[in-house]
Design a protein around this ligand. Structure first.
Ligand SMILES: Cc1ncc(COP(=O)(O)O)c(C=O)c1O
Length: 357
């Protein structure tokens, strides 16, 4: 049965709200009114038809690639979907990391792929293991899908592992889709895998690290022929992006330093707070957070659905139970929020853990 939905995404959207929800994986919303924008900048003059060039060029410039390697998409979500739609045919094997971001599994299934998995093991710090991936490949594997940084653990795959993975894919005539939506929260920031060879197809957006999820400004970087195929697939979906959003995204790209602002410093503070908290608890196992916006600790108490339920019932707080990442005794915690808010959330988490001890 092919997937027709993502249960996780539905849960993420409609779960009961909690004041100290540490469930998010993005930084606070950036306010566009802090940039020089007037309504005239958003003129609906038809310039998005076809393929709004200024935004495509801004993205190409940022990555040092040619504009014909850039495809615009509604967020990383649609970018992943278009990339997979152009890369796989029904019946192809697609090899996807575990734990994985559920909509990636859903999109591959929806497109008729046979889904195969490889593990990123907690005991290996969720590292990417190119040998393990190679051993999981079949003759029918056309695509390998990873996230870098890894959602949920924020593990960083370095260029050595990525190059080794590129060689594995090349030998098998397969491609690698790298969802890089968290990559700009690596410390220090790393370049995109698009520079590592034609096997790589990379997706990203202004959502997680820039606080601009509402713009739905996403993109795919790929070889020009492939990029063209993705643009054509999008003609079956939204055809063009919403033009005011494209214009706003262009303005955001012109001021990306302002948009990111103090976010790296805030994330560094928050990671340190979280690391101190995790270290102080004998019931949690977690690699110290060095990158990213989320961490994925293991709880000695078993299924973390219980922990989330207590947090919601008694502490007006929440985490993401690990069952959504196929590892029920872990939970995902997000620290993209204001630091004082994180402090209060961690206090509540500590109290809930003590109650369940
Ligand atoms: C790995 C991954 N990719 C994509 C997305 C969605 O990003 P966007 O809002 O740009 O569609 C998320 C959001 O949680 C994510 O974790």
């Amino acid at each position: 049965m092919r997937a027709m939905q993502s249960e996780y995404m539905h849960w993420a959207k409609f779960k009961a709200p909690a004041r100290f929800a540490l469930t998010g994986s993005e930084v606070p919303h950036f306010r566009m009114d802090s940039l020089p924008v007037t309504i005239a900048d958003l003129d609906l003059d038809g310039a998005s038809h076809p393929r709004y060039a200024p935004l495509r060029e801004a993205i190409a410039k940022r990555y040092g690639v040619a504009p014909d390697q850039v495809v615009a998409a509604d967020g990383t979500s649609m970018a992943n979907f278009l990339a997979m739609a152009a890369l796989i045919s029904p019946g192809d094997d697609v090899l996807i990391e575990r734990p994985a971001y559920d909509p990636i599994l859903g999109a591959a299934s929806f497109l008729g792929a046979r889904i195969r998995r490889f593990d990123r093991r907690a005991e290996d710090r969720f590292a990417l293991d190119p040998d393990l991936i190679e051993s999981a490949m079949s003759e029918r594997t056309r695509l390998i899908v990873i996230t870098n940084l890894h959602n949920p653990s924020s593990a960083l795959a370095g260029e050595d592992e990525l190059r080794a993975l590129g060689a594995v894919a090349r030998r098998a005539n397969a491609r690698i889709l790298v969802d890089e939506v968290y990559l700009d929260s690596a410390v220090p920031p790393r370049r995109s895998a698009i520079h590592l060879g034609p096997e790589f197809v990379c997706t990203n957006s202004l959502t997680k690290v820039y606080g601009l999820s509402g713009l739905r400004c996403g993109w795919i970087l790929a070889e020009p022929d492939l990029a063209e195929r993705m643009w054509r697939v999008n003609d079956l979906f939204g055809v063009n992006q919403a033009h005011p959003a494209e214009r706003l995204a262009g303005i955001a790209f012109d001021h990306l330093d302002t948009v990111i602002g103090n976010t790296p410093a805030m994330l560094e503070r928050n990671r340190a707070l979280f690391n101190a908290f995790a270290q102080s608890r004998s019931d949690l196992e977690c690699i110290p957070a060095g990158h990213g916006i989320t961490a994925f600790p293991r709880w000695a108490g078993g299924d973390t659905g219980r922990l989330d339920a207590l947090l919601r019932d008694r502490y007006d707080a929440a985490v993401v139970p690990g069952r959504w990442f196929e590892m029920p005794d872990h939970f995902r915690i997000g620290f993209g929020c204001a630091t004082d808010f994180l402090e209060q959330g961690l206090e509540r988490l500590g109290a809930a853990l003590d109650t369940l001890a």
